[in-house]
Write a protein that binds this ligand. Structure first.
Ligand SMILES: [Zn+2]
Length: 115
């Protein structure tokens, strides 16, 4: 069941767990994109001359693998960032309304904290 905000009734509510997942996903995407920028740009300027025999898909998968490896290597910093998001954005609450900023718990049917 999708939680609704107790103040504005919006369904744009983010749970702590989903925020953690979003942070980890953003960190992984950032690592993949950084990895792609460090190598010669196979898609911006065409196929790398030395790799013309490879398909674009193979080159993309190699770059994706490099990015995921970098993300895994930087996992501890992403975990620390995710913990800061939970600490400073959610505090002791389970949900954050992205529309009005209300913080509330699963079991609080009243008295949400609009900060
Ligand atoms: Zn709200």
């Amino acid at each position: 069941m999708t939680p609704h905000c107790l103040i504005c009734e919006s369904v744009a509510v983010l749970s702590k767990e989903n925020a953690n997942t979003a942070v980890m996903l953003i960190g992984t995407i950032e690592s993949v994109l950084s990895s792609m920028n460090q190598d010669s740009p196979p898609f911006a300027g065409g196929i790398r001359p030395q790799a013309r025999h490879e398909s674009h898909l193979v080159q993309f998968l190699e770059l994706l693998g490099d990015g995921i490896s970098a993300a895994i290597a930087g996992c501890s910093s992403m975990v620390a960032f995710a913990q800061d998001v939970q600490k400073y954005q959610f505090r002791r609450y389970d949900y954050l309304c992205l529309r009005c900023g209300a913080l509330f718990n699963q079991d609080s049917s009243s008295a949400p904290h609009n900060l």
